[in-house]
Write a protein that binds this ligand. Structure first.
Ligand code: DLL
Length: 427
């Protein structure tokens, strides 16, 4: 059998004109659909006096109101549903750090759409029908496990639905079933490496890692690739757009994340004013779904920061728009003594110090309105707190206190890693 380069060659290599035509049709359909079937959406559109017939060109998207995470929360549990309740086949939910959860519902067609996006990602990573993939994000309300699963079924892969946790068993499964690819939340790759090192084990069949759900630095990616002997891909997605992989992944050329543009319209805006920013400038990425039925999104404000890298055809042959790997979330930007930075930048700086391990915490201590930073990081013997302080001063321009921890002593999480902690010294 010929090796597949694309899962859906036609859709993945449409010309820009063809894409624009598909997008306009999708946008018109989506606006008509939500207007006809959902009270919340109809109200939102009425507030800006837009009716479905008003969408005549892609530029008309700027007339539409933004949708936020708070909208999702306010409409909990299913007030954004645009299809009969009886047609819902699955739901996922993200709790986030605060308050009411965000719910996404799927019809049969939505599940097919998700599987299509994920199958494209899995084939883009180099998997071929019949190859084994081990799925390590949790199966449950978190969308990660099921997203990989639906896509792998569609792409004809041999699925090992391990879910999260039990690292020794994960390794045994990968070894015994000659698993070629692992899909995981980024920080879980560190757990696997930790145990392989501890036991002196290797995974000779593993060639591909598909990692996401968190930002990760280039240095972290390089380390994971070198230790596991794999190619690591950055997969992007979120509950609100329909889950992991819906908003794309990077390809072997490593020139940004290919957004599935026949499925989603992408805008980058200034996170404060909401005004569009030019290609290349960093801003908040906004997605509009073009084919989703149960809960479509129109101009969903992700809070994720990135930029348009290119709209040209990529070396891999795909034509879709590429956005940069996610820098961080607007809400995660830290400001210490006038210096702005993202946790990912701290990670990048730390990982450049030989002997430093991928487990770290950024502790912001508020002492009567003045914020001090402490970095707790695991490292091998020989690394000192001073080395950490010096590196961060040089790379990011602020002087934290560096505390070194023995390997395996900082707390671990099974899902997304928690990196930033706020501590009040006053009380
Ligand atoms: O994290 C979906 C996912 C699962 C992606 C497994 C990749 C792998 P949520 O829990 O709804 O969904 O969180 C979505 O996580 O808005 C980003 O802030 C962040 N995120 C997701 N993927 C990436 C990535 C899943 N590749 C939120 N790089 C998003 C950086 C990411 N951040």
């Amino acid at each position: 059998m010929n090796r597949l380069r694309y899962w859906n060659e036609r859709a993945e290599t449409l010309s820009r004109d063809e894409l624009a035509a598909v997008q306009l049709k999708g946008l018109q359909w989506t606006v008509k659909h939500v207007w006809a079937n959902n009270e919340f959406y109809r109200r939102k559109l009425a507030e800006v006096s837009v009716e479905p017939g008003d969408i005549r060109s892609l530029d008309d998207i700027h007339e539409l109101p933004f949708l936020t995470k708070d909208d999702f929360r306010d409409q909990y549990p299913l007030n954004m549903l645009c299809m009969p309740r009886g047609s819902v086949r699955e739901m996922h939910m993200s709790s986030g750090s605060t308050g009411t959860p965000v719910v996404m519902a799927y019809t049969e067609a939505d599940l097919t759409q998700w599987a299509e996006c994920m199958a494209r990602c899995q084939i883009m990573a180099g998997l071929q029908p019949g190859d084994a993939i081990q799925i390590m994000p949790t199966f449950g309300l978190f969308n990660g496990g099921f997203g990989f699963y639906h896509g792998a079924r569609r792409a004809g892969l041999f699925t090992v639905p391990a879910s999260s946790g039990n690292t020794a068993r994960q390794i045994m499964l990968m070894r015994d079933f000659k698993v070629k690819a692992m899909g995981a939340v980024v920080s879980y790759s560190a757990r696997i490496i930790e145990m392989l090192d501890e036991k002196g084990w290797e995974l000779p069949d593993l060639k591909i890692g598909i990692f996401g759900a968190e930002s990760f630095s280039d240095e972290m990616r390089n380390r994971v690739e070198a230790r596991l002997g794999i190619k690591a891909f950055d997969i992007y997605g979120m509950t609100e757009t329909g889950g992991v992989g819906t908003t794309g992944m990077d390809c072997e050329a490593r020139c940004g994340i290919h957004v599935w543009e026949d499925q989603y319209l992408t805008e980058i805006v200034d996170p404060v004013t909401g005004a569009p920013v030019p290609d290349g400038a960093v801003g908040e990425v906004i997605f509009t779904s073009l084919t989703r039925e149960a809960i479509p999104v129109i101009r969903y404000r992700t809070r994720d920061l990135t930029r348009v890298v290119s709209r040209e055809r990529c070396a891999c042959g795909r034509t879709s728009l590429r956005i940069d790997r996610i820098e961080g979330r607007c809400d995660d930007m830290l400001i210490v003594k006038g210096v702005n930075f993202f946790p990912k930048q701290v990670e990048q700086a730390l990982m450049e110090i030989p002997g430093v391990l991928p487990e770290y915490q950024i502790i912001l201590e508020n002492d009567h309105g003045v914020t001090d930073v402490r970095i707790n990081v695991e490292a091998q013997e020989g690394v000192t707190g001073y080395m950490v302080e010096k590196q961060l001063k040089e790379r990011l321009g602020f002087s934290p206190k560096g505390d070194i921890f023995k390997p395996g002593t900082l707390p671990r999480s099974e899902g997304k890693a928690r990196r930033v902690f706020h501590v009040d010294k006053q009380g």
